[in-house]
Design a protein around this ligand. Sequence first.
Ligand code: ATP
Ligand code: MG
Length: 269
Amino acid sequence: MIAHLVKTFSNRDMGKVISIVNQKGGVGKTTLTYNLGSALWQSKAKVLLIDNDPQANLTTYTQTQTLITIDEIYVSRKFEGFEKNQFSTILGEGFSLLGADSMLAGVEYYLASRGDKEFVLKNALSLVKDQFDYIIIDNPPALNMLTVNGLVASDYVVVPVQLEYFSLEGIVALEKTIASLKEKNPHLELLGIVPNMFDDRRKLNWEVLEALKKEFGEKVFETKIHDCVKIAESSGHGKNIFQYHPKGRSSKEFNALAEELGSKCTIKN
Ligand SMILES: Nc1ncnc2c1ncn2[C@@H]1O[C@H](COP(=O)(O)OP(=O)(O)OP(=O)(O)O)[C@@H](O)[C@H]1O
Ligand SMILES: [Mg+2]
């Protein structure tokens, strides 16, 4: 169904790194990372998910035993695991995780004294970029040095938002951060904004969606992820939405989102 997602990147050098970012907490970054990654993997893409958040929610959510953790990369530059692709497998071959644990919280301190502090993740990923079609980075709810590493390592930024008035301000702040990193990563681009937890009955959601489209035009994804209790439940059960509620609306929405993301990347290619 979304075979072109793989075909697009049949030249493995073309694997895309996508950062999921929003400095606001609880907007669905981790949920999006796992379910979007799952949808892409189910369409036969090779996918690496990276937990770049000391909360380690993605690592918990995927219920995956971590082999190497991202703090080892940041602190001791253990890149060997990267070269040999010793990542943890999530649900099957071609779906991998670079997990995190709470040690990541102390990493900013280590990074502060290093000259290449913004480039550590980028340098590590350059060793494996050709092995994947998509590398998706789940970032913490802050524009801190971990997020900067995520952004410097990425080709694209995807921003999940809840449709509230303050969301617009958050995206403007994020755009400024992207602009300020141009020197360090000239290719970085806002791929799109994903309306999440959408409720058709809430007038405010429609109003803010309208305002977002006015401000950001085609950057707003056509696909909306509706507010759905099955999504909230699925994370508690350590399952992606395709395992937890395969025939439900949310599964269709995440598939549609993966397809839309694939075509947005293709256009940019
Ligand atoms: N579309 C949705 N419908 C219902 N619940 C959702 C939806 N998206 C996310 N959630 C729930 O909202 C909560 C927050 O989501 P999530 O952890 O993905 O946000 P986050 O942006 O990663 O948070 P943080 O900023 O703390 O990292 C979770 O309990 C998740 O299951
Ligand atoms: Mg999160």
